[in-house]
Every structure is written in structure tokens, then in C-alpha cells.
Design a protein around this ligand. Structure first.
Ligand code: AHR
Length: 619
């Protein structure tokens, strides 16, 4: 018998459906994707970032061969006021060298034999201008692995650079700066990068992590957060300010190392220019997220008559990305090294801003952007699922103001995903589209990944309503975990993708243009007998209340044969809002003929009940 299979076009084009989301939590940027090897490079760590932090976190005094020194922090005359603190080494007894050393991230600074490392610092000294400053990479046993010498020539701040070549391979090295002579040596913004960054870019990205992301072939990248965007004070000059993109571009010394809302410090070395550059490098469209003038965590609200600069930030960002070099912000981009526009199609205002102050402010952003840049797609924010009525409030606001997309977020159990496969089936194509800006099932197991894959097929099928989707969070340093599960895990020298990563990659690498409907004719009457009977498994999930299942039967609709599946299962949804528990029953499905089956189950108590039949071991 010849089997005929037809594929028909159906559904909407998939467009930019699957992308990635970068947020600097779990040390995703500093100590992660951003290749800087020195931790607390500008001595700006502060208890406001984390209660255990201070200006010398990750630094130690170094005294060699009888040397003695005082190491302290000053802020009277910094190189740049945006990073006001610097280290002062008062030489008491030079011995064989005095100074300071940095412990890097995780186990230390990782180096590979034969590879080059770019060192730089700002320095000045009060005396002994011809005494060399030695820069060393010491291995985990204290032996010198690489070294260079600099001459700090004056009491004016100057930038000094050197290239160090590693003579060892060790993942737990220290960067050591030593001097002799007398007086004091003052240093700031001490930096060490591997020369080998992703595509060799200066101030670049860690190659192994970036390659994993590039390999996914994402259609877009959402950045820089997340709660990171809206958590903070309203004054852009506070070290505690909300994430303001203009603070993140230009020379590194002018980017204020600041409190990251995930309880650490972020240098902003990975800033908006670098984000746009990375998007361009991996062929992903940039989707920046800007604060909407409201911090929902601390209820800080920008008065309506002071919203102007916040809206201007959005307009200037669009010019930064799309304007030619003759425009003000296009000119700034050009001066930073990118004369051609990066391009921009989407901009998001707000992230999970559940609260009326946001919805009061959103329309001002929307109107100003659409008036000046009608082709830019503006994304509204609907908050996290199950946060209450606000989810609907975001949709209402989007419909009222004509947002192009609405950002929905959900972190739920696998059963919730199975129970909500049909969430978008009823969404209409002529409304704002869904931007599923954050989602994950709770776990990094194969089962989680499988469920997410199943869910993604339904996103594809509903591409008329779902415009964009990205898993979250993306990156996690194993020693600095704020949130899990995460898609990619790493330490200071290794990185690996979870099953969830491979699912995402699979869908991105093989994203089609449209969903096809598959129909088959002439199915053989008797397929080849299978060696092993097919095994089935039923996944049961409860929604909204406690449910007891019993009397589960599976009927072969052709033969009428019935299988009783032993089950007397109690599912208790304790929170009363979403499905929480799951039971599996395996059974043998001995038939070798084609058939369709009906699953019947009796619930002893009522509630929102969903059941799914999943076959494993099909031949
Ligand atoms: O992805 C982690 C966090 O989850 C994001 O910062 C926030 O948007 C959500 O609550």
C-alpha cells in the first residue's frame, strides 16, 4: 500500500517567533557573558549592592619579600566622577614588592597556556616615577604564570596597557599588581580580558558562552531585563537608580558600576552598544526593554509632569539604533565605532509592571514613539501570570492604545503547561500579538524540556496570535544563583546547555515560515507487527481544586476493546489556582492495527480536570 502524505499551508507566518532573553541575574554579565576577568575592577562594590560587599571585595593586599604597605580606598580626586572610588597603596617598606591582588570570579582567574590577556588600568603615583609596576598572573600555587612591566610616569591619572601571555593553564589564578619605590601608587579600573573574545571584539564577550548563544540562531534578543529594568530610584545619577541606557555606553570609566537588583554589583561594561553589537553579530533583532516610569517593587512613581526625560530616553534610543551619523544619537553610535545604524523594529516599555501607575504612563510613551517612529512595534506589559487582574489589565491597555504586542510571563509546573496548551487557540489575529517574553517550566529535566517543546508547537500553531517567545532566565553562573531553572549553566571556564537549551535551539534552528497541516491517506491496514508492544503513559493534572480520579478506561474505537487502567489517584491543588500535581500510569497497548482511542476518566470530586495521553516507545 502506498501511503500518501499531504502538507497544506495553514496558520500565519512564524516571523520572528523564537528568540532569547538576556538579563543580568545569576551573574549573567559580570562573571558571565562579559569577558572581564577582574571582579570589582573599579572598587565600587558597596553594601547597597549586597550587605557583604565593600570597596575592596575580591581584592587583597600583596606584600612580597619583606614588603609592607597600607591598602585603602579614596574618593577625593577620582579619574571619573561616575566611578569615584580608587585604591591607594601606601608603600611603607618596598621589600620585593607591595600592591594588591584580585581573586576574579568563582575559583579565580582562568588562563590557558599560550593565550594572550589584555591588561589595563588607570594609575598615578606620588613618587618613584621610574620604578616599574609589575603585573603578574600567579597560578593557584603562587607561581608566576605571566608577567609584564609598566612605568607609571606621573601624578596625573593615565591609562596603561600591557599584554600578558600565560605560561600555564589554571582556573584559579590571581591578578597581582606590585610596585617598589616609595610614596603611594593609586589605581582604578583594573581590567584583564582574554584576547580571544567572541569574534575578537574589544571589551567583548566570553567566547564559549557567546558561541552557545549564536548556535541557537535566535531571531531576536530581549534585554537587559527583567526586574533589572524597573527596580531602582528615579534619579539616573544614583548608584541605586533604575537601569537607564545612557549610563551604559561610552568609555568604561564613565559607566557607573551600580547596584544590580539581584543583590550584586554590575559594571555596565556590557552595555547597550555591546548588546546591539552582539545582536548584529548573531543575526538577532534587538528588543530593548525600557522602564516605564514606575518601580512596582518599591512603588516609586515618576510624576506625570516629569515623564519627559523618560520618554526622551526611548526616542533617543531609537535614534541611537536607527539614526544615521548626522543625527545626535546616531552620531554618538558612530563615534563609538558603528557608523551604520544597527536597526530596530521593536521596543518594549516596562517589564511586569503590575499597577495602575504604569498603565497611566504607558500611553505617553506609546504616543510619542508612534508619532515619531510609526513603524516601530511597541510592546506593552501584562505582568506575570496569576498575579491577579493585572494580567487582563495589560491586555486592556494594549487594546485601548493599539500596542503591537503584549509581554506575558509565566513560570509554572510542567502540568500547567500541558493543561494550558490551548491558551492561544482562541486568540484572534486582529488584536495585539503575544510576546511571551519569559516562560519556563520549573526544572531542567528532559521531561521539562519535552513539555516545553510540546508547548512551543502550540505557539507555532498559533502564530496568528503569538508574535515572539523566549525562554527565561537564560544564563546562570553555578556559584552565584539567584534563580533556577536556567537554560545555560557555567563556571569561570566551562559552559553547558540544559535539555531546555537544546529544545530552544532545535526550534530556532528549524523554524519554518509557516505551520503545515499534515494529512495522510491509505494508511496500511495492518502495519508491520511491532516487536515490543507500545507503551502508553497517562499524565493527569489537576486544576483549581482537589480531584480524585478513578475508573480510567482506554477504549479502542475500532475494536471496542477496553483497557482498565489502574488508577485511584488523589491530586490536590493546594493553592487553588493552577495545576500542581501529576500522576503517571503506564500500561501496554498491545494492538498492532491503526486505531483511535478514547480516554475516559471519572473524577470523584469536581474541578478543572485535564488529562493527557502520551505514548512512549512507538515503533
Ligand atoms: O527571569 C527572572 C525574573 O522573573 C525577571 O527578572 C522578571 O521579569 C520575572 O519576574
Amino acid at each position: 500500500t502506498k501511503l500518501k502524505v499531504y502538507a497544506q499551508q495553514m496558520g500565519a507566518p512564524l516571523g520572528d517567533l523564537f528568540g532569547i532573553f538576556f538579563e543580568d541575574l545569576n551573574h549573567a554579565a559580570d562573571g558571565g557573558l562579559y569577558a572581564e576577568l577582574v571582579q570589582n575592577r573599579s572598587f565600587e562594590f558597596d553594601p547597597i549592592d549586597h550587605p557583604s560587599y565593600h570597596a575592596l571585595t575580591a581584592w587583597e593586599k600583596a606584600e612580597r619579600g619583606g614588603g609592607r604597605a597600607e591598602l585603602s580606598i579614596a574618593s577625593e580626586s577620582p579619574f571619573h566622577p561616575k566611578n569615584p572610588h580608587y585604591a591607594v597603596i601606601e608603600i611603607i617598606e618596598p621589600g620585593e614588592g607591595v600592591g594588591l591582588s584580585n581573586t576574579g570570579f568563582n575559583t579565580g582567574i582562568p588562563v590557558k597556556e599560550g593565550e594572550h590577556y589584555l591588561f589595563s588600568l588607570y594609575a598615578r603615583r606620588s613618587d618613584s616615577f621610574s620604578t616599574p609596576v609589575r603585573v603578574l598572573i600567579e597560578d593557584s600555587k603562587g607561581a608566576v604564570c605571566a608577567s609584564a612591566e609598566l612605568t607609571v610616569e606621573s601624578y596625573q591619572w593615565q591609562k596603561y596597557e600591557a599584554v600578558l601571555t600565560a605560561g600555564c593553564t589554571d582556573n584559579a589564578c590571581r591578578l597581582v599588581i606590585l610596585t617598589g619605590g616609595q610614596g603611594s601608587l593609586e589605581v582604578d579600573l583594573v581590567s584583564l580580558f582574554p584576547q580571544k573574545t567572541y569574534l575578537g571584539r574589544r571589551n567583548g564577550l566570553r567566547e564559549d558562552i557567546a558561541v552557545l548563544l549564536a548556535d541557537m540562531k535566535p531571531k531576536f534578543m530581549r534585554f537587559p531585563g527583567g526586574c533589572l529594568v524597573h527596580d531602582g530610584s528615579l534619579n539616573p545619577d544614583d548608584r541605586n537608580s533604575m537601569y537607564r541606557w545612557k549610563n551604559t555606553i561610552g568609555e568604561l570609566a564613565a559607566r557607573p558600576a551600580r547596584r544590580n537588583n539581584w543583590q550584586y554589583n554590575q559594571t555596565l561594561g556590557l552595555g547597550y552598544y555591546e548588546y546591539f553589537q552582539f545582536c548584529e553579530d548573531i543575526g538577532a533583532k534587538a528588543i530593548p526593554v525600557l522602564p516605564g516610569g514606575y518601580d512596582p517593587h518599591h512603588k516609586r512613581i515618576v510624576p506625570l509632569d516629569e515623564l519627559g526625560p523618560w520618554i526622551q530616553d526611548a526616542l533617543d534610543l531609537i535614534e541611537f539604533a536607527t539614526g544615521d551619523a548626522t543625527t545626535e544619537w546616531g552620531g554618538i553610535r558612530s563615534s563609538l565605532g558603528h557608523p551604520e545604524p544597527f536597526g530596530l523594529e521593536y521596543i518594549a516599555i516596562g517589564n511586569e509592571e503590575v499597577g495602575e501607575p504604569f498603565f497611566e504612563r504607558y500611553p505617553y510613551f506609546h504616543k510619542a514613539i508612534k508619532e515619531r517612529y510609526p513603524h516601530i512595534q511597541v510592546i506593552n506589559s501584562s505582568g506575570p501570570f496569576a498575579a491577579g487582574g493585572e494580567y487582563e489589565r495589560g491586555w486592556a491597555s494594549a487594546r485601548e492604545h493599539g500596542s503591537d504586542l503584549v509581554d506575558e510571563h509565566y513560570y509554572q509546573s510542567p502540568e500547567w503547561f500541558l493543561a494550558n496548551m490551548d491558551r492561544y487557540d482562541s486568540f484572534k489575529g486582529d488584536e495585539p500579538k503575544v510576546f511571551l517574553g519569559e516562560y519556563a517550566s520549573w526544572g531542567n529535566t528532559y521531561y521539562n524540556a519535552l513539555v516545553e517543546a510540546a508547548f512551543m508547537t502550540r505557539l507555532e500553531r498559533n502564530a496568528h496570535a503569538v508574535g515572539l517567545a523566549c525562554y527565561a532566565p537564560m544564563l546562570c553562573n553555578v556559584d552565584y544563583v539567584n534563580w533556577k531553572p536556567d537554560m545555560i549553566w557555567f563556571n569561570n571556564h566551562e559552559v553547558f546547555g540544559t535539555p531546555n537549551y537544546y529544545v530552544q535551539k532545535l526550534f530556532m534552528n528549524h523554524q519554518g515560515d509557516r505551520v503545515l497541516r499534515i494529512a495522510a491517506e491509505n494508511l496500511p491496514e495492518k502495519p508491520e507487527p511491532v516487536q515490543e508492544p507500545v507503551k502508553g503513559s497517562i499524565v493527569l493534572a489537576a486544576e483549581k481544586s482537589a480531584v480524585t480520579y478513578s475508573n480510567i478506561t482506554l477504549t479502542n474505537n475500532l475494536t471496542g476493546e477496553q483497557k482498565m487502567i489502574e488508577a485511584n489517584v488523589e491530586l490536590n491543588d493546594t493553592e487553588g489556582t493552577v495545576s500542581k500535581e501529576e500522576e503517571q500510569r503506564s500500561f501496554l497497548l498491545g494492538e498492532t492495527d491503526w486505531s483511535d482511542y478514547t480516554l475516559r476518566l471519572t473524577a470523584r470530586k469536581t474541578g478543572g480536570v485535564r488529562a493527557f495521553l502520551i505514548f512512549f516507545g512507538m515503533q
